[in-house]
Design a protein around this ligand. Sequence first.
Ligand code: ZN
Length: 160
Amino acid sequence: MGLYESKKQLKTKYGNCIKNKQGYWVVTSNEKGNQNKLLHRLIYENIKGSIPEGYVIHHKDGDRENNSIDNLELMTNHDHLKYHHSRKRKYLIPTVLVNIWKFLHFNEGWSYQKLSDNFLVDGERVGSEQIANYVNGRIYPFDIDSDKHKDYMLNCLSRS
Ligand SMILES: [Zn+2]
């Protein structure tokens, strides 16, 4: 499915990891039931406890490979989106949008069909196949400069 950036591996106590296209380490081995989980989330949960629904783990210094606990911060989806939007408005928005979808798919087990059923883009349904294309980075969902789309996504998040 082209989920992984490279074959570079990292062995951790949570399992063997490989970097995904977003530059996050993801567990690929399944001995500990961690398969497809994001390493930084596992590290955070191991030390600080479980991550409440609607929250994400932010890398404070922006380095997605720096998973020391001091660099990991619990934020609401909403605040996280706002934070990155304010910092890197020009190009990060589509990435954030795709990450929301990825987040729901990999962490909450949502199928592309469920995403399709629960999200509207510009007031319209987006097919599961199209969502799969977004998630796999083949196309960006929106015009990256559109305030309308930003507000729409912030609304989606605040309702979830
Ligand atoms: Zn972040």
